[in-house]
Design a protein around this ligand. Structure first.
Ligand code: B1M
Length: 234
C-alpha cells in the first residue's frame, strides 16, 4: 500500500477518483496526502464546505463503520482523526472568511468523560464562518467548567457535544445545574453529537438538537433572531 501510495500522483486523478482516494487515505491516516488532496480540490475551485463534507466528513463516516465493526481500532482511528484535523485546518480560515457581521456568542464544549472533538470543532468553524464569536472549551468538561465559562463570557448560546451513549446523559446534569442556579433561561442551549436526536434534546431540556454543523448555524441564527424579537416586544 505504501509503495502504491508513493507512485500515485493525486493531481492526475479526476475529482471523483481523488475524493475516493482521499477516503482511502483518511482511512489509512495519511495526513500529508489528505492535506494535499484538500489543496488540490480547492485549486479546482471546489467550495470549502463541499471539500469538507464530501471528502473529509464522508471519509470519517466510513472509518466509523469499520471502527464499530471491530475492523479498525483506537490507534488507527486516532491517525484518521489526525489526518482529518490537518485537512480541517486548511479549510478553517476559508470557512471563517465570509466577512459576516458578528451575530452572537457561543460557549461550546464536549461533555465530561468524552474526548471526541472533530464534530465540535467543525461546529466551531461553521459558527465562526457565520459571524458568531465562539469560545471553545475543548473536551471532557465537567459542569463547573461550563458554568465558569458562561459567567465569564456571558454568551447567547451554550453548545454541548457528546458522541457516546454513556456521556450524553451528562448534558442533563449541566442543564439541571443551570436550572438549580436560576441561570437556565439566560441561554439558548443547543446540543449535538451522533447518538442524539430531537427526542433526547427535549428530554434533557435543551432548546434544540443540531444534526450537523450547517444545521447548528441555521438553528442558532433562528433562535437568536427570536430572542432579539422577544426583547424588542417586551
Ligand atoms: Co470513538 N466512538 N470512541 N473515537 N468514534 C464513536 C462515537 C462510535 C460511534 C464508534 C462506533 O462504534 N461506531 C462509538 C460510540 C458508541 C456508542 O456510544 N454507542 C465510539 C467508541 C465506542 C469510542 C471508545 C469508547 C472506544 C474505546 O476506547 N474502546 C473511545 C471513547 C473515548 C472517550 O471519549 N472517552 C473512543 C475514542 C475515539 C478516538 C479517540 C479514537 C477518536 C476521537 C478523536 C477525536 O475526536 N479527536 C474516535 C472517533 C474518531 C470516532 C468516530 C469514528 C468518528 C467521530 C467523528 O469524528 N465523526 C465515531 C464513529 C461515528 O460517529 N461514525 C466514534 C465525524 C464528525 C464530523 O461527526 O462527531 O457526529 P460528529 O459531529 C457532527 C454532528 O454530530 C454534529 O455536528 C458535527 C459536524 O457536522 N455535532 C454537533 C457534534 N457535536 C455537536 C455539538 C453541537 C452541535 C452539533 O453543539 C451545538
Amino acid at each position: 500500500m505504501a509503495e502504491e501510495q508513493d507512485d500515485l500522483d493525486l493531481r492526475e486523478l479526476s475529482d471523483e477518483d481523488l475524493v475516493q482516494q482521499m477516503h482511502d487515505d483518511l482511512y489509512d491516516g495519511l495526513d500529508a496526502e489528505i492535506e494535499e488532496g484538500v489543496k488540490i480540490l480547492l485549486e479546482r475551485e471546489w467550495q470549502p464546505y463541499k471539500v469538507l463534507t464530501e471528502a473529509l466528513v464522508e471519509g470519517m463516516r466510513i472509518v466509523g463503520i469499520d471502527f464499530r465493526d471491530g475492523i479498525l481500532f483506537v490507534p488507527e482511528v486516532l491517525l484518521s482523526a489526525k489526518a482529518m484535523k490537518g485537512g480541517m485546518a486548511i479549510l478553517k480560515p476559508l470557512l471563517a472568511a465570509t466577512g459576516a457581521p458578528q451575530v452572537g456568542k457561543m460557549v461550546i464544549g464536549t461533555v465530561k468523560g468524552d474526548i471526541h472533538d472533530i464534530g465540535k470543532n467543525l461546529v466551531c468553524m461553521m459558527m465562526e464562518g457565520a459571524g458568531f464569536e465562539v469560545i471553545d472549551l475543548g473536551i471532557n468538561n465537567p459542569v463547573e467548567d461550563y458554568i465558569a465559562a458562561l459567567e465569564e463570557h456571558k454568551p447567547d448560546i451554550l453548545g454541548m457535544s457528546a458522541l457516546l451513549t454513556t456521556t450524553m446523559p451528562y448534558m442533563k446534569v449541566v442543564i439541571d445545574t443551570l436550572a438549580e442556579r436560576g441561570m437556565r433561561d439566560d441561554y439558548i442551549v443547543l446540543v449535538g453529537g451522533a447518538p442524539l436526536n430531537e427526542e433526547f434534546a427535549d428530554a434533557v431540556g435543551a432548546d434544540a438538537y443540531c444534526r450537523d454543523a450547517a444545521v447548528t448555524v441555521e438553528i442558532a441564527q433562528d433562535l437568536i433572531n427570536r430572542k432579539h424579537n422577544q426583547r424588542a416586544v417586551s
